[in-house]
Design a protein. Structure first.
Length: 124
């Protein structure tokens, strides 16, 4: 009666290494994709933050129709303000269209704003 040696043979070890290498490859690809996605989210968050900041800046200013532009490094923005048509008796309604871009990424934001008419001077 022959006793068979306990343990793994060469073929089994090679098969296990191949499965392990395949698993590592899948994990590396998944981590690389996650890193790229995280970078895209970071860039989008930056554009959203700039857009929100620029829109908030308009709240304290008197709105006038026209276009404003600005840049800082690779970041560029363009704000178009136009008055929406409506009855003259109502408060003026303004449309604000903002384009923010950085490199190949861009974001377009639009909103409507109502700005109260300044009170008439009672001293006149």
């Amino acid at each position: 009666m022959k006793l068979r040696g306990a343990g793994f043979g060469l073929v089994e070890m090679l098969a296990a290494l191949a499965v392990f290498a395949l698993g590592c490859t899948v994990l590396l690809v998944a981590f690389g994709q996650a890193a790229r996605t995280l970078e895209q989210v970071r860039a989008s968050d930056r554009l959203s933050l700039v857009a929100r900041s620029l829109m908030d800046d308009q709240r304290g200013q008197r709105l006038q129709a026209g276009e404003r532009r600005g840049s800082e490094g690779a970041l560029r923005w363009r704000l178009q303000i136009s008055r929406e048509p409506g009855p003259a008796t109502l408060l003026p309604l303004w449309r604000l269209d903002l384009d923010v871009s950085e490199g190949r990424r861009s974001l377009r934001v639009s909103t409507l704003a109502v700005q109260a008419q300044p009170a008439l001077d009672a001293s006149r």
